[in-house]
Design a protein around this ligand. Sequence first.
Ligand SMILES: NC(=O)c1ccc[n+]([C@@H]2O[C@H](COP(=O)([O-])OP(=O)(O)OC[C@H]3O[C@@H](n4cnc5c(N)ncnc54)[C@H](OP(=O)(O)O)[C@@H]3O)[C@@H](O)[C@H]2O)c1
Length: 238
Amino acid sequence: MSSTDTGRGTPTALLIGASRGLGQAMAAEFLDRGWDVVGTVRDTTAHTPLHDLADRAGGRLTIERLDINEPGHLAPLHERLAQRRFDVLFVNAGTTNNELTPIGAVPTADFVEVMVTNALSPMRVIEALEDLVSPTGLIGVMSSGQGSITNNTNAGREVYRGSKAALNMFMRSFAVRQAGTRRGFVLMAPGWIRTALGGPDAPYSVEESVPLLLDVLLSRLGTPGLAYLDRSGRTVPW
Ligand SMILES: NC(=O)c1ccc[n+]([C@@H]2O[C@H](COP(=O)([O-])OP(=O)(O)OC[C@H]3O[C@@H](n4cnc5c(N)ncnc54)[C@H](OP(=O)(O)O)[C@@H]3O)[C@@H](O)[C@H]2O)c1
């Protein structure tokens, strides 16, 4: 275990969109590695897999509320967390729809939902909460290999691909604005994984994937600058 602020004690991660799927599994993996975790869910009335994890975590996992598409949730969350400092802020929340629909046939409301959830809202979260991250900490966001323009040789999932490519561009702008800081920035391409979003045909399980994702993320802690990385730590062509 190591903290980016020497002597400050247990390292802590803030995971946005951690109710289930990869986010919940990342929370579990951080806890297994000795970190404390604050994880967000959007519906505090539901009992999610993150709540099951909190029940077993002996007070090391705190659950907060955030719908990333509700900008009004951000200031109250910031206020509740204002006394804490995070070594890692990672925005995992994301969505998809119209996976088989050519982009011109995607209904406008569906386009807006995916673009706002996957591209605009993660950046709003990062910009609203970045001052809670240690000066030598890491800010990451769940992108996708589908966000690579270079690697798009077979189309499909067009609105989703566009949203993750947009996310990559926005994160790059953010990282440029943070140039000169000692923070690391990561766009994670986790591979195709069997979750509600990934579906049953994906080749990888959550269990085998999440330790790899944490290895890659934490390898960038203390390394300034932005990287777009796959589950093996290889750079994904933009
Ligand atoms: N699985 C894959 O193959 C794959 C591949 C590449 C990238 N990814 C990315 O990995 C991330 C996690 O996906 P997953 O596979 O774990 O999918 P998932 O099981 O469907 O989980 C999606 C998570 O995002 C949260 N979320 C969605 N919209 C939100 C909002 N407006 N506010 C707050 N939270 C919201 C969900 O919360 P609720 O429980 O409230 O719905 C849930 O925790 C996504 O960004 C996805 O694009 C996944």
